[in-house]
Design a protein around this ligand. Structure first.
Ligand code: SF4
Length: 96
């Protein structure tokens, strides 16, 4: 049983069915997220997602993509840039 995924949920812990409840100092407490994530629409995360979606099936010319998003994705190891072609790591075919 994965308690963190099924029982001890941050917003609504199910302490009543938790096997750790007798010894848990947090029993009955609820914790709201410390910060809210900004809106996805119009965000840099959205630009990264759009860029990644474009290269997921085949490599794309760098000139056809958002350069800031490509740089960020490459820094995170999610894409590679070789000879001005952006692709998933291990792939480098340009889409026809
Ligand atoms: S008793 Fe403690 S570990 Fe169990 S669900 Fe509640 S807060 Fe989480």
């Amino acid at each position: 049983m994965d308690l963190g995924a099924t029982v001890c949920l941050a917003r609504i812990p199910r302490c009543g069915s938790c096997p750790l409840a007798p010894a848990c100092p947090s029993r009955g407490r609820r914790y709201e997220p410390l910060r809210k994530q900004s809106r996805f629409a119009g965000s840099f995360r959205q630009r990264r997602a759009q860029t990644l979606r474009l290269v997921v099936t085949a490599g794309r010319p760098l000139a056809d993509l958002d350069p800031d998003a490509v740089e960020s994705l490459a820094r995170d190891g999610l894409v590679t840039v070789e000879a001005d072609v952006v692709a998933l790591p291990g792939e480098a075919t340009i889409r026809a």
